[in-house]
Design a protein around this ligand. Structure first.
Ligand code: NAD
Length: 490
């Protein structure tokens, strides 16, 4: 493979699907909106059934020779792709900021994590397991790729979540169709263009579209696997659609993560972390802290310090280099979040900070004020629902058993954390939490080689790490009968 050169320069005015390594437009197009400014963004394709058929055919054609390459060779392609993205880092971060509304620093951090994701994943291998090996025969558990895979991606981390599926799918020998959210298709389409200059034909394809595109992909008989990240409601539809052709699927769904702060927690250390992990990306992270249980003995102090900390978190759009978080990403989500904020007055909830509805006449952008609700009823909507906006309920607890039951009293099971000066005590509580990712004195430890996934209604299967690679494969047992010297093996 040649060295990196300006073949990787991208033009950011026009946006195409990438099908069989060709740029492809559609008769019908649509536009996204920059949620920080409400500026209308360039036209993007709305893929048809024929586009889906063409992409699936190209993916199927590419599969036999791609799977035949060694893992090392496929890894080389991935690293070259990461290098090509890095060569465009500033411009892609800026584009990501425009389509998501994220401050450019936050967009750059997402991209950098995505690049490290590709590079770390490229080094992973699924070990074969010899389950039996005697003089008569051996039995080995190995993993074989599935075929054409699809990644269906939400709008909150369009690049990290897209590339985090692409790298695992490709490394394990599958070809990959990337379907970004209609609310954030721009970076994915540009990364598709870049991929077409690096990978063999049909190995990576990107299709943008409207609400019909997801169901067209999940029901297509030529697709072997759907890796979906999005809401629980859509995840159920994906699972149902995959059933018709027995597609493999991974579901990474919604969350309503609880954090439990014990009375011996060091507030100076814990408050900034908890505050950050509650309001990161304006509450639009699947694993943001969404229910915060603070021990009654430290509740008042904690609340005071949390409010002081949160007041220092600046909200702003792409151009604001000092901003910590941006707006709600799209108009539909903005309307949902506004409705939830309406509960503050409807239910007479006590706010420690924020809580008012946005005055839409005053300024542009889907911004909502960071809001902390002071000890709301356990069954109020702000506690029970996944807000996916910057509104945090803080609740009091005194009894360990009781707080564990309250933390587990949800259909969701994505993440949960316990904060205490006594790690053993925290671990005792953490052991009883029903979630796919449980942290002691953190809520955001994430790494490309560590699998991530949800329990209960937060998902099925895991992405990332070797576990994630296995999700892109069929397990296969290879029995080899050795020279038996004419003896019957039965
Ligand atoms: P969403 O479910 O509305 O959409 C996700 C994706 O599914 C989009 O690409 C959308 O176009 C597509 N889609 C919509 N209907 C479909 C259908 N019937 N069949 C197939 N695809 C379809 O979710 P969203 O609003 O984009 O994202 C927010 C949600 O995602 C939140 O609930 C959040 O917790 C969750 N999320 C989970 C994780 C995780 O790792 N568990 C990560 C990020 C976001």
């Amino acid at each position: 493979m040649g060295s990196l050169n300006n073949n990787y320069a991208l033009d950011f005015k026009l946006y195409y699907n990438t099908i069989d390594n060709a740029l492809s437009s559609t008769n019908i197009t649509r536009r996204g909106v920059n949620p920080a400014t409400e500026e209308v963004l360039p036209l993007v394709p709305v893929s048809t059934r024929e586009d889906v058929d063409d992409a699936v055919r190209a993916g199927q054609d590419a599969f036999p020779s791609w799977r035949e390459l060694s893992w090392d060779k496929r890894a080389e392609y991935l690293v070259r792709f990461a290098d090509a993205i890095e060569a465009n880092l500033g411009a892609i971060a800026e584009l990501l900021g425009r389509e998501t509304g994220k401050p450019v620093e936050a967009a750059a951090r997402e991209l950098e994590f995505a690049l490290s994701h590709i590079r770390v994943t490229a080094k992973l291998r699924i070990p074969e397991q010899v389950l039996q090996d005697n003089e008569e025969c051996s039995a080995t558990l190995r993993y074989t790729p599935l075929g054409v895979g699809v990644g269906i991606i939400p709008w909150n981390f369009p690049v990290l979540l897209g590339l985090g599926k692409l790298d695992a799918a490709l490394l394990s020998g599958n070809t990959f169709i990337w379907k970004p959210s209609p609310f954030s298709p721009y970076t994915a389409l540009k990364l598709g263009e870049l991929a077409a200059r690096i990978f063999p034909r049909g190995v990576v394809q990107v299709l943008s579209g409207d609400d019909d595109l997801g169901p067209r992909l999940t029901s297509h008989p030529g697709i072997a696997k759907v890796s979906f990240t999005g809401s629980t409601a859509t995840g159920k539809k994906v699972m149902q659609s995959c059933a018709a052709t027995l597609k493999r699927f991974t579901l990474e769904l919604g969350g309503n993560d609880a954090a439990i702060v014990c009375d011996d927690a060091d507030l100076a250390k814990v408050v900034p972390k908890v505050g950050t992990f509650a309001f990161l990306n304006s509450g639009q992270v699947c694993m943001d802290i969404k229910r915060l249980y603070v021990h009654a003995a430290i509740y008042d102090d904690f609340m005071q310090q949390l409010v002081t900390f949160a007041k220092g978190l600046r909200t702003g759009g792409g151009g604001d280099s000092e901003a910590f978080s941006g707006p709600i990403q799209n108009a539909a989500q903005f309307a949902r979040v506004q409705d939830l904020y309406g509960e503050v007055s409807r239910q007479s909830l006590k706010t420690a900070m924020g809580g008012s509805l946005r005055d839409l006449d005053k300024s542009l952008g889907y911004f909502m004020p960071l809001t902390i609700i002071d000890n709301p009823p356990e069954d109020s909507r702000v506690v029970v629902e996944e807000a996916f906006g910057p509104i945090l309920p803080v609740l009091k607890w005194t009894d360990e058993k009781d707080v564990i039951a309250r933390a587990n009293n949800t259909k969701m099971g994505l993440g949960a954390s316990v904060w205490s000066g006594d790690v053993e005590r925290a671990q005792r509580i953490a052991n009883r939490l029903e979630a796919g990712n449980v942290w002691v004195n953190n809520h955001f430890h994430l790494a490309p080689h560590v699998p991530f996934g949800g329990h209960k209604w937060s998902g099925i299967g895991m992405d990332w790490g070797v576990e994630g690679l296995k999700g892109w494969c069929n397990p296969q047992v290879m029995w080899v009968t050795k020279n038996s010297g004419g003896r019957s093996l039965l």
